[in-house]
Design a protein around this ligand. Structure first.
Ligand code: ZN
Ligand code: ZN
Length: 264
């Protein structure tokens, strides 16, 4: 299994997960052209993408979904409420699989996928676990807080793409953000801050997790250094050796991240 965040941040999110011959995208919030370009950079044929899993209908998660699905005949999977919310924003003629049960499990070729609910200001925001052979990769971004259910799904994964959206004091002191926007981001249906993200990762120590790719970093209210240092600092304090016991990596908005490889 290989996992690569093709891009992440408020301007577009897209994660590639390779399971043998089958490629999966979680979200397609970059433009179709950017997704194609970034897949090419890691030698992936877009026709190998068998499914686009959409977490929720915000533009930074669906921007290129329709165009990509149309061009490469890719099936879109999302919650039925999300589809309803996004269908007005996109051309509604792609092959689509609608999900409606909590804890939905389904298969794409020989890949098993499980959904879990995350709290966010969207119609019905989901996280996804992608399982192939003995490997499991999970994606959870755009969440106000971490529930036990989320923690259970994440801690049994080999690799995670996990939100570290903002530094709370940087956000509170940002003069460009109106109060209602700050309150939205800080709320239970907003985004996960660095400290909350770090606390959750500390709780995953001793389970399966070998790598965490920090994602959806705010360009205004966070920096790669602050996010990394907050998480690494809390892990160190908890007695973990960063990049030995658990690898911490960063994703980027403007370029692809490192490829995380798990042996099958
Ligand atoms: Zn969102
Ligand atoms: Zn988002």
């Amino acid at each position: 299994m290989r996992v690569c965040v093709l891009g992440s941040g408020s301007k577009g999110n897209c994660t590639y997960i390779e399971c043998g011959q089958t490629g999966i995208l979680v979200d397609a919030g970059l433009s179709c052209a950017q997704i194609e370009k970034r897949l090419k950079a890691i030698n992936v044929n877009p026709f190998s993408i068998a499914a686009i899993l959409i977490t929720h209908e915000h533009t930074d998660h669906i921007n290129g979904a329709s165009a990509f699905a149309q061009k490469f005949g890719t099936k879109i999977y999302t919650h039925k409420d999300t589809w309803q919310a996004m269908s007005s924003k996109i051309q509604n003629n792609n092959p689509t699989q609608l999900l409606d049960i909590y804890g939905n499990t389904f298969s794409v070729n020989d890949v098993d996928i499980k959904t879990f609910d995350v709290s966010h200001d969207a119609a019905h925001c989901l996280g996804f676990s992608v399982m192939h052979k003995n490997n499991k990769a999970s994606v959870a971004t755009d969440l106000g807080y971490v529930t036990d259910e989320i923690l259970k799904n994440l801690s049994t994964s080999d690799v995670l793409v996990f939100e570290a959206n903002h530094d709370v004091s940087k956000l509170l002191n940002n003069p460009n953000y109106p109060l209602h926007l700050k309150n939205r981001i800080l709320s239970n249906k907003g985004h996960l801050n660095n400290d909350a993200s770090a606390d959750a990762i500390v709780q995953m120590l001793g389970y399966n997790v070998r790598g965490v790719i920090l994602a959806h970093l705010s360009q205004q209210n966070n920096s790669p250094e602050i996010a990394y240092n907050t998480v690494a600092g809390k892990l160190n304090k908890a007695g973990a050796k960063v990049n030995k016991d658990i690898v911490i990596d960063l994703s980027h908005q403007e370029k692809i991240g490192n490829i995380f490889k798990i042996k099958e």
